[in-house]
Design a protein around this ligand. Structure first.
Ligand code: SF4
Length: 508
């Protein structure tokens, strides 16, 4: 008699890196014969954790506690904990929650299926944490969540030491992936129908530094940097040569390493989108110094000015931390000044909270909650005003929108569809009579602007059926259990599109 495949569920916390790692965990599990649990209780629950937030550990143990009686009533159920918190807390997790079966770190996600099997056979918790990367994660099987847009890792880890950030100690030093491998993955994705890729790294502008001295770098890197061009600018231009790739995005750049040749590559490569997410964190030089972020306000605004000169329609977004230890009212005013000058189309704003293990957590000058809250509200009010004013400039414009799935919560009741413009603005548009699929492109005229989205309520001007739309349709036909068929090394597969993950502070 055939036994049913074991089912799994992955609960992801934190940043885009984790979202993409979860695509790999899904791919690994499906390659090993597991299938995604749809409605029923899963046989395996994997927590892909984040250590960025204060109290992240309390929340994890709370969730694990809730799962304990479920596990007791479900023979054979296994629980695995991976990600940054697992890397940080290691043995503690198995001690505090002995009903956990597997603990694995950020450097060895490829071991998950073997660890689950070993835990099952030995009836004993398996804890395996590596200090450095075992396999570059992009060589692992991946279950892509979207048929039209994909993350592509170009590097992991970070060589910076921002005092609020736990990433360097948990993800290690920057390691770069060879350009040939990155481009091969991009080409494979495009061949599967993907139209948009987002190049992913903690500090994409430092791409290339992970190979060490240029003289020691692979030939392909040296070719890319000929004439003194930075490796990241070379990579963007190389993505411009991938036929069928319509949109290239990247996240996140660090202002310290942002070079003019990257701006030129953005402006001169037609498929690189007119959008830039560049973390500010603070507008105050004193706070930036305390954060150990080595650019200053003048440099940040200088980059924005150059980007605006080269790409006038660029939508620029950012991350800002309010209430970093020692931040004075005058420091905060500097942040408001940058926000007014930069005119971000939107900003991810965070109230500073201590992350255990980071230098900032023990700094003097921690601010009372009410001070941080009051500043935060002022910042939000200003940014909302600017976002709205910037969006109003889009009224009457004609935009090409990549139709998305799951981006418009009210689409059904408003009879609209939703998608992203080239600059990544969210657009809700009236559904045309003809059928439009996620992954297709529509051309619409903007009729209304809200601070966080645009509306196009006139009839759609054009519908372009795409390979991505075909790929989406094929997936629907294959059904939800088609996961195993779609898993391949670094290749797309079946699934729901990734929800847009907001950056969780810093570059992560
Ligand atoms: S905030 Fe970004 S640049 Fe700074 S240490 Fe963290 S990952 Fe690196």
């Amino acid at each position: 008699m055939e036994t049913a495949a074991r089912t799994y569920e992955i609960r992801t916390y934190g940043c885009q890196m984790n979202v993409h790692d979860s695509e790999r965990l899904s791919g690994l599990l499906e390659s090993a014969g597991y299938v995604r649990a749809e409605d029923a209780e899963p046989d395996v629950v994997v927590f892909n954790t984040c250590a960025v937030r204060e109290n992240a550990d309390n929340r994890l143990y709370g969730n694990l506690g809730h799962l304990r009686p479920v596990k007791d009533g479900h023979p054979g159920m296994q629980i695995a904990v991976g990600g940054c918190l697992a890397q940080k807390d290691r043995d503690t997790i198995a001690k505090r929650a002995p009903w956990v079966d597997v603990v694995f770190g950020t450097h060895n996600i490829g071991s998950l299926p073997a660890l689950l099997e070993r835990a099952r056979v030995q009836s004993e918790a398996q804890v395996e944490i590596e200090e450095s990367l075992v396999t570059f994660p992009s060589t692992l099987p991946t279950r892509r969540e979207s048929p039209y847009a994909a993350w592509v890792s170009i590097s992991v880890g970070c060589n910076n030491t921002c005092t609020f950030c736990i990433v360097p100690s948990l993800r290690g030093k920057e390691k770069d992936r060879r350009p040939g491998e990155i481009l091969a993955e991009v080409e494979a994705l495009v061949a599967e129908g993907v139209l948009e890729v987002t190049l992913l790294g903690q500090n994409v502008n430092a791409y290339g530094s992970g190979f060490g001295a240029l003289s020691a770098a692979p030939d392909e890197v040296r070719a890319m940097t000929e004439g003194g061009q930075s490796a990241f600018a070379g990579l963007l231009r190389a993505c411009g040569g991938v036929e069928g790739l319509e949109r290239v995005r990247f996240t996140s750049p660090h202002p310290k390493d942002f070079t003019d040749d990257v701006i030129a590559a953005m402006a001169e490569t037609p498929n690189v989108t007119p959008s830039l997410h560049m973390p500010l964190q603070s507008g105050s030089d004193a706070v930036l110094r305390a954060m150990r972020r080595s650019y200053r306000q003048e440099r940040y605004l200088g980059i924005i000015e150059k980007v605006r000169a080269a790409i006038p329609d660029a939508a620029i977004t950012t991350d800002i931390i309010v209430g970093f230890p020692g931040e004075t009212e005058a420091d905060f005013e500097e942040t408001l000044h940058v926000v007014r000058e930069a005119r971000f189309s939107s900003a991810f704003t965070f109230q500073y909270s201590k992350r255990p293990g980071t230098p900032a957590a023990t700094m003097d000058g921690q601010l009372p909650k009410e001070v941080v809250q009051e500043r935060y509200e002022r910042l939000i009010a200003l940014q909302e005003e600017i976002s709205w004013a910037e969006n109003k400039k889009q009224l009457g414009r004609t935009l090409e929108v990549l139709v998305a799935e799951g981006e418009g919560r009210k689409d059904e009741e408003t009879r609209r569809l939703s998608g992203r413009a080239r600059d990544n603005r969210l657009v809700h548009f009236t559904a045309p009579d003809e059928r439009v699929r996620p992954g297709d492109m529509v051309t619409v005229e903007v009729t209304y602007a809200a601070p966080h989205h645009l509306v196009a309520d006139k009839p759609v001007l054009d519908v372009r059926r795409t390979r991505a739309g075909d790929a989406w349709e094929t997936r629907q036909g294959e059904g939800q259990d088609a996961g195993q068929k779609g898993v391949a090394l670094g290749m797309p597969s079946i699934g729901r599109p990734a929800q847009p993950a907001s950056p969780v502070n810093g570059c992560s």
